[in-house]
Design a protein. Structure first.
Length: 275
């Protein structure tokens, strides 16, 4: 019983200290959070610029070896982040093909690692969305003479709200990653330390308040992303409902107008017959 009481007291003290760090806007805490958001946002931007276009094209294009390429793409979805970090490390090391850039253990290296990690996610999800849209509307676009590239862009634009969900999900994948940035960034204080790597380090050092504060902020970021996803779905649902209601009102008004026209025509016909 005494052990449980001591444990609860310890947890309470740690949580109180963590909340105090957040409330006081601790400089070290703010710097780590800002760096994490910057790295993940930049990586997500780069991955989306390539992945959205590539995924849209793959959703429409038909060529020999497409099935094998899609199987490879789906395999990359399950690649562990530490493997991506290792590959980027080998590329950026002094003996690697990109060693002349001098990016290893830098902000740029972390952005590159996260971008490569998120790229298959964006590409695969976009490909699936555009592929489904192609099955519904592709024949009509082909009959109008639209080439695969144009069809991919048109269908991606048609699915733009669903693609926003892909972008938000990819950002969540990037900001919660720890293995790749730990390897290529080195977790150097003031330079390459982000939320996930800081949580791992501070926990091992015994600085539990800072680790918990970072964990709470990371959870808050993920919660905001989920709320954005839910809000986006609800917003789209409300828009669709509004469109359906407006169409129903227009159709009802059109029916009444036609009925009035037919009634007026019948009355005029009767009057002409009487005359």
């Amino acid at each position: 019983m005494a052990t449980i009481t001591h444990l609860m007291a310890t947890l309470t003290d740690v949580a109180t200290a963590a909340l105090k760090l957040i409330a006081d806007s601790d400089a070290n805490l703010i710097a780590i959070v800002a760096r994490s958001l910057a790295v993940s946002a930049m990586a997500c931007l780069l991955a989306c610029l390539v992945g959205l276009l590539l995924g849209a094209w793959l959703g429409v294009a038909r060529f020999a070896g497409r099935a094998a390429l899609l199987a490879l793409l789906n395999t990359f979805l399950a690649v562990p982040s530490v493997v991506v970090g290792l590959v980027v490390y080998l590329l950026l090391s002094r003996s690697g093909p990109l060693g002349f850039l001098g990016w290893l253990f830098s902000f740029k290296a972390m952005v590159l690692a996260q971008a490569l990690l998120v790229l298959p996610v964006v590409t695969a999800l976009t490909r699936q969305l555009v592929d489904d849209a192609e099955a519904l509307h592709g024949e009509q676009l082909r009959s109008l003479g639209a080439r695969p590239l144009l069809r991919s862009l048109l269908l991606a634009w048609d699915e733009r709200y669903a693609l926003l969900t892909v972008v938000i999900a990819s950002f969540g994948r990037a900001i919660s990653e720890v293995g790749a940035v730990m390897i290529v960034g080195g977790n150097m204080e003031g330079f390459t330390r982000v939320m996930t790597t800081a949580i791992a380090l501070e926990t091992s050092k015994g600085d539990l308040p800072l680790a918990l504060a970072l964990g709470l902020i990371l959870l808050a970021v993920v919660l905001v992303l989920n709320l954005l996803l839910a809000g986006l779905r609800r917003w789209l649902g409300l828009i669709l409902l509004a469109v359906v209601l407006v169409l129903n009102l227009l159709l009802a008004g059109l029916r009444r107008w036609r009925e009035g026209e037919e009634g007026m025509a019948g009355t005029l016909s009767t009057m002409r017959s009487a005359l």
